[in-house]
Design a protein around this ligand. Structure first.
Ligand code: UGA
Length: 430
């Protein structure tokens, strides 16, 4: 199938490479010429496991190419996927200006009938409004389809190849079938529905997952108060197939470019419909407070000043296997530690260049390995769930002058740490 993917962010770049790898003829479009040059020369604008190799493979076999020109990108395409960003606007709702910019360009340059499909996360009703907008600018026939994306950063290629489900919304049955053909080989359920249901499935899914995290973070606080162990509680809950084991890891809170934005956007959209979404209000409040809950564990030992203290910090990315620091709670915690007067030694396997731009260099030392952060430091904080942080040799842990570890991701084994004579504070575990 001939496909055009507009936008080369996480969804667009991964999507174009994976669609090409499935044997389609794909052309990726981005209006940033530097980004296109970078991708064509084999350098990815984002860190994503396996992406560089997949893009190179499909450029070489002729299935994938890129361009700055939207008219060129759409001219041959049967299906156009719009994958541009929908950032948070000042008021908290989704900012759709890039969607409309692209929609206008498509309308003005379309020369034959197309299937126009939005993959970006957009509020309920957007696909229909964009359809009316395009219709007002062209007389050429087109179908509108909503195909929300469910990939996670850090495992996006695998997520696309082994998706739990594909959601395709359209009021045009022919277009719905045509887009389904792209995904039929995955052998996972395809939910065929109307535009609005498809849009809402995406927001409801992200909001529900965020709710699971805030829920377990509150349970973790009850564990701290009662002496229960949140990892055992989550395990016991997760064995119930109605609940499921995933997204029950207590933490310093969820971050990233999706959950904070999408939960707020659904909350705001509900308000616009005249409905007050109580649960989501609590989910956001709990998430906002969770980093202070973690910080208070540190304050309960050190008081309100960390003047003269050097903190070893592991993690900057909003989660493991990514260099993305958007809405990263790790970054927020480091800012708070600095505000209390601490100097911070920090390491993250991928997110240091992005973090340095935001955190600067004052009172913060970016080090080359997880081991180096222990040099001359007083206590440890673990802020991102990179697997490699689970495995730190005792030799380094014993370098901590104050013998205190604050684990914001419950990565370490508490009994082992205690055997070393080190105090261990985590989220919801004794
Ligand atoms: C999320 C969804 O999981 C994807 O399905 C969706 O496609 C994507 O948003 C999107 O809308 O584009 P992502 O933001 O890449 O994916 O990251 P997640 O793996 O969902 O993690 C989000 C945050 O929750 C991270 O900060 C992570 O550390 C935190 N988290 C996750 C927890 O604190 N506990 C958990 O048990 C799981």
């Amino acid at each position: 199938m001939k496909i055009c993917v507009i936008g080369t962010g996480y969804v667009g770049l991964v999507g174009s490479a994976v669609f090409a790898d499935w044997g389609n003829q794909v052309i990726g479009v981005d209006n940033n010429p530097d980004k296109i040059k970078m991708i064509e020369s084999g350098n990815m604008p984002i860190f994503e496991p396996g992406l560089k190799e997949l893009v190179a493979k499909n450029i070489n076999n002729g299935n994938l190419k890129f361009t700055n020109s939207l008219p060129e990108g759409i001219s041959e395409a049967e299906i156009i996927f719009i994958c541009v960003g929908t950032p948070m606007s000042d008021g908290g709702s989704a900012d759709l200006k890039y969607i409309y910019q692209v929609a206008e360009e498509i309308a003005l340059n379309m020369e034959s009938p197309k299937i126009i499909s939005i993959k970006s996360t957009v509020p309920v009703g957007t696909n229909r409004k964009v359809r009316e907008f395009i219709k007002s600018k062209t007389s050429i026939e087109f179908a509108s389809v909503s195909v929300p994306e469910f990939l996670r950063e850090g495992s996006s290629i695998e997520d696309m190849n082994k998706t739990d489900r594909t959601v395709i919304g359209s009021n045009d049955s022919e277009a719905l079938e045509k887009v389904s053909q792209l995904f039929n080989h995955l052998n996972s359920p395809i939910v065929k529905c109307d535009l609005e249901s498809a849009e809402l499935i995406k927001y409801a899914s992200n909001s529900f997952l965020a709710t699971k995290i805030s829920f377990i973070n509150e349970i973790a606080q009850i564990c701290d108060l009662s002496g229960a162990d949140v990892t055992k509680v989550a395990y016991g809950m997760g064995l119930d197939s109605r609940i499921g084991p995933k997204f029950l890891n207590a933490s310093i809170g969820y971050g990233g470019s999706c959950f904070p934005k999408d939960v707020l956007a659904l909350y705001k959209a509900s308000e616009d419909f005249g409905y007050h979404f109580n649960i989501l209000e609590s989910v956001m409040k709990t998430n906002k407070n969770q980093k202070y809950y973690f910080l208070n564990k540190i304050k309960s030992i050190y008081g309100n000043s960390l003047e003269g203290k050097k903190v070893a910090a592991l993690g900057l990315a909003f989660k493991n296997d990514t260099d993305d620091i958007r809405e990263s709670v790790a970054i927020e915690v480091i800012k708070l530690l600095k505000e209390l007067g601490a100097e911070v030694n920090v390491f993250d396997p991928e997110a240091m260049p992005n973090s340095q731009k935001v955190l600067g260099d004052e009172n913060i030392n970016y080090l080359n390995s997880k081991e180096e952060v222990f040099n001359d430091s007083d206590f440890l904080v673990i802020l991102t769930e990179w697997k490699e942080f689970k495995d730190i040799s005792n030799e380094y842990l014993l370098k901590l002058r104050d013998r205190n570890i604050f684990d914001g991701r419950n990565l370490l084994e508490s009994s082992k740490i205690k055997e070393l004579g080190i105090n261990y504070y985590s989220i919801g575990r004794k």
